[in-house]
Design a protein around this ligand. Structure first.
Ligand code: ATP
Ligand code: MG
Length: 743
């Protein structure tokens, strides 16, 4: 009975879940659930899907749901299967990237891609860009690869191809030209980067009426979590798919779909990556959604919630909503002022021990930091104290060198034209192919306009012999594994490529060998989870068919999974470990006890944000996200001195500590007096010189456990180039007004 589904909801949540998806005239009716942290948005969204299915308003194949991480998508499927007797496998629930990948795989021909196209993660993308610049003999001092990488991603996130960019000066014109050359290189090699997944599938839907109509008719219900962090292109994609795009309204007369968006403007924390909270206002104006606000918080005790509400009330640009809890005040928020980062870490260890002794599980304890670089000292202290811990967003399994090498071989089996993979392993393990040979094959490839792989088979002479040996090896592995299962293929490749032998002979290679073996297990688990093997078309649900859909091989599916999943935490099930992560990666999660460390001017709020109104407000939202992860215990700490990026910084306490309600706080050390900001925008100039390097700053903007690893190594939108390099490289790449977007 569907009333069971609704039994665990409060009246507002129930109202949200059961909003009519169409109006009395039979037209679709969209909804916006605007609510603060911990008010049950994600729970409402999941229950909405179950309710729609159970009441027969839609079948599982008619639902498309977008989550922020792969992990959240999986959780949603698990919850759904617990609520309904349905098989959720094959439902279209995933991140924007995951869903776009699926669309492109199914319609690769129409999208102009080879069936075996590979996904470049951010690291691969950077090597591809470096290779491009080298091939074109472009000065990478003048046009730094990372800046070009950012330029390309930024343009794609606004839906702009190189030709559509309006370039202000010679520098930008050159960047646009390189962007175009980069796209051409990717096309030739059959690879797509993360932003391309989205843009390409947007273009596919836009230009192919048959495909667009098919999916518009199919997905009558589109649900989106964390809506505040969608970017312009994602919003445009959504408009197209839901039949709300004025130019591309569903021609079959099926009408538009009902969109159900949930979000919290106070938790918009990805502006540096193009997310635009304005989308919420646009959505209100363009979809005229029914609105429900949820104001009851189920996560945090009173003092914690008061702290969050008090802090965020300092922001001016808000849509406005409140949060209350029935949970009682609970413990006060504890604040600790440490003399140094080592002392902060030692204090963390003591507090964690006390919490664990009081019965709190280690997985229920999170240590949050603004910037990845902070984790090292904390990790060291935990390690020395023998406290098990896990770092989210450290070097993840699929990003480890040995795994990337193995994946590169596997990619070459699928797509020999993938030059990034070719370059990665042509001489790894070493097989006597020197830099000279590689240069000559690159030249030949350029002359012949072919891939390195094809060029390698035509080269003559000594280098030709070595290279064709490599080509033969890959061809042999492809042939030999043609009828193998995926785990057999993986095993064959790591053995026959020489990778295992190579690491066995390395002094400290044992870990790497184990990781390679773990890759076989990952393949086995992937097959079991995705149901490949028993049912080759596992990604399809009964009744699912689209024009020209192509089946994806298990290897291709596994390789996409490796690229897309790289960003998600590889949780070690069952291990009771303390959780370490950046605040960005903590989004959507909750823990009994939360420590927010490094609350210092220049660190949190981050130096780059301090002089910008929007930047500071975004940092405050980030702090709001951090605080609202805590259920029962919240600890805030700052240090007077800290070693970061090789320099000691003397830090002022974060201004955010001054923005908290005194009644909810308990200072564990005497409160530091606040005669330090001089009432201005708070420049912590004593630390300024530490932050001069653009790339260092960029790493601090990194947030790892994003929906995929596409998040890394991007320069923030407000980055103005590499300070200290030639002045021509210093460019401000401001977003154009929305009207200039091509959609
Ligand atoms: P965030 O903004 O952080 O993403 P959210 O609004 O999505 O938070 P949820 O994660 O859905 O909130 O819910 C927060 C917590 O409250 C979860 O543990 C959830 O199970 C619990 N919860 C939500 N609604 C209820 C309810 N009606 N009764 C009891 N617990 C609830
Ligand atoms: Mg949520």
């Amino acid at each position: 009975m569907y009333s069971d589904l609704l039994a665990n909801l409060n009246p507002e949540q129930r109202e949200a879940v059961t909003l009519p998806p169409s109006n009395p005239q039979g037209q679709s009716q969209s909804a916006l659930i605007l609510a603060g942290a911990g008010s049950g948005k994600t729970r409402v969204l999941t229950t909405r899907i179950a309710w729609l299915i159970q009441t027969g308003q839609v079948s599982p194949i008619g639902v498309l749901a977008v989550t922020f991480t792969n992990k959240a998508a999986k959780e949603m499927m698990v919850r759904l299967s617990a609520m309904l007797p349905i098989n959720t496998r094959g439902m279209w629930i995933g991140t924007f990237h995951g869903l776009c990948n699926r669309l492109l795989r199914a319609h690769h021909k129409e999208a102009g891609l080879p069936s075996t196209f590979q996904i470049l993660d951010t690291q691969d993308q950077l090597s591809a860009i470096k290779r491009l610049l080298k091939g074109l003999k472009v000065d990478d001092e003048k046009y730094p690869p990372k800046q070009l990488q950012y330029f390309i991603a930024h343009a794609k996130e606004r839906g702009q191809r190189a030709r559509e960019l309006s370039v202000g000066d010679d520098f930008q014109a050159k960047m646009a030209q390189l962007y175009e050359a980069y796209d051409a290189q990717c096309q030739r090699e059959g690879v797509v980067d993360f932003a391309e997944l989205l843009l390409r599938s947007y273009e596919l839907l836009k230009h192919s009426e048959a495909i667009r109509t098919h999916y518009q008719e199919r997905f009558r219900h589109i649900l989106i979590d964390e809506f505040q962090d969608t970017n312009a292109l994602q919003y445009a994609w959504l408009k197209l798919l839901s039949g709300h795009d004025a130019g591309q309204i569903n021609v079959s007369g099926a009408g538009s779909s009902a969109v159900f968006a949930v979000g919290d403007d106070d938790q918009s924390i990805y502006a540096f990556r193009g997310a635009d909270v304005e989308n919420m206002r646009l959505y209100e104006n363009q979809y005229h959604p029914m609105m429900v606000k949820l104001e009851q918080n189920y996560r945090s005790h009173g003092h914690i919630l008061d702290t969050a509400n008090f802090l965020i009330s300092n922001n001016t640009d808000r849509l406005g909503k409140n949060l209350r809890t029935d949970a009682g005040h609970g413990e006060p928020v504890r604040i600790y002022d440490a003399p140094s980062d080592h002392a902060e870490a030692a204090w963390l260890v003591d507090e964690i021990r006390a919490l664990v002794n009081s019965g709190i599980k280690r997985t229920e304890i999170a240590l949050l930091y603004r910037s990845n670089a902070q984790s090292r000292i904390i990790e060291h202290a935990l390690f020395s104290a023998a406290i098990p811990y896990r770092v989210y967003g450290g070097l993840r399994f699929f990003e480890r060198a040995e795994i990337k090498h193995a994946l590169a071989y596997l990619r070459l089996l699928e797509n020999p034209n993938d030059d990034t993979s070719f370059s990665r392993v042509v001489n790894f393990p070493t097989r006597g192919i020197g830099a000279r040979s590689i240069e000559s094959v690159q030249d030949a490839a350029r002359d012949q306009q072919s891939s390195l792989y094809l060029a390698a088979s035509t080269l003559e002479g000594k280098s030709g012999a070595a290279l064709s040996g490599f080509v033969r090896l890959v061809d042999h592995m492809r042939e030999a594994t043609r009828h193998n299962t995926l785990p057999e293929t993986v095993e064959f490749v790591i053995q026959n490529s020489g990778l295992i032998q190579h690491y066995l002979s390395e002094r400290e290679g044992q870990d790497r060998v184990e990781n390679l073996q773990e890759l076989i297990n990952a393949a086995t688990a992937f097959i079991a989870e995705e149901g490949y093997g028993q049912d080759a078309a596992a990604a399809m649900l009964p009744g699912e068919n689209a024009p020209g859909v192509v089946e994806v091989s298990p290897l291709a599916a596994f390789l996409s999974h490796a690229s897309l999943e790289a960003g998600d935490n590889q949780a070690q099930a069952g291990q009771d470990a303390v959780q370490l992560m950046t605040v960005h990666s903590a989004k959507g999660l909750e823990f009994t006890a939360v420590f927010i460390t490094g609350l210092e001017e220049g660190l949190f709020p981050h130096e780059n944000s301090i002089n910008e109104h929007n930047g500071l407000e975004e940092e405050r939202r980030l702090m709001y996200v951090a605080i609202t992860r805590a259920k029962e215990r919240l600890y805030l700490s700052h240090t007077q001195s800290r070693m970061l990026h090789g320099q000691v910084r003397y830090n002022m306490p974060s201004r955010f500590l001054e923005e908290l309600p005194a009644d909810s706080l308990k200072w564990l050390t005497p409160k530091v007096k606040d005669a330090r900001w001089g009432g201005s925008s708070g420049s912590s100039s004593r630390t300024g010189s530490t932050w001069q390097d653009g790339y260092t700053r960029q790493r601090d903007y990194e947030s790892n456990d994003f929906f995929d690893s596409g998040s890394e190594n991007r320069q923030p939108a407000k980055q103005i180039g590499r300070v200290g390099s030639a002045s021509t490289t210093v460019k401000r790449m401001a977003s154009p007004p929305r009207g200039q977007y091509p959609f």
